[in-house]
Design a protein around this ligand. Sequence first.
Ligand SMILES: [Fe+2]
Ligand SMILES: [Fe+2]
Length: 268
Amino acid sequence: MKTRILFIGDIMGRPGRELCAQHLPTLRSRYDAIVANCENAAGGQGVTGEIAHALLDLGIDALTSGNHIWANRDVFAIIGKEDRLLRPLNYPSDPSIPGRGAGVYRVRGGLRLGVVNLMGRVFMKPIECPFRVGLAAVEELRQETPLVLVDMHAEATSEKQAMGWHLDGLATAVVGTHTHVQTSDETILPGGPAYITDVGMTGPHESVIGIKSEIILHGFLSAMPVKHEVAKGDARLEAVAIEADSETGRALKIERVRLRKGVMEELQ
Ligand SMILES: [Fe+2]
Ligand SMILES: [Fe+2]
């Protein structure tokens, strides 16, 4: 049987949340499972319990995140309690770090989808090895279901591509997030996983990765710290649609999705 999974790229502030509210009612009828990265959902930095639940209520089955997950203090009220909200799994295993980095979720069609959230270490905080932690997690989740999606939240293209090959033959999909610009390298690796270096951003594209361009420019020109503010123009939902064999867990197809505000037809 074929299963259809939609993975939505980093949801950025109010424009990103509005795009989800607008498109999810249609999208959830087209896909068996929907996963989204929510690390920028609250004003561009982090997520709150209220926002996470509003996104889940739209029909998103699980939320992944990344380096910004701790940015909004309100997250601490939800992160250890809501199993559908993930933070990178390869943070140090220390009881003081709340939350979880992987889970298996019941989705439509009686299927179960495993989701693993990893974070890279190149140009990012040197946390635990995503390759070792990720492999062990995918192997463990495969005991429960052949369908396992991995969000590799990383800065370096090389680290994301390497993760795709590392999980070749094991994962259903390895999708990159964090850099906010959709890449055109979507492919199916020989052993089955669908792969893309970056899914893109669900938010304002008339910006510098979602932030008002004049603010980021001022930061570069002055070398002074600046207060980030989410931009407004050219809001787009960016995602990948993955079709997989639900018995083997192998991907059959991956397609990029880009939807404008209020327009359901995909952008060319
Ligand atoms: Fe992000
Ligand atoms: Fe990030």
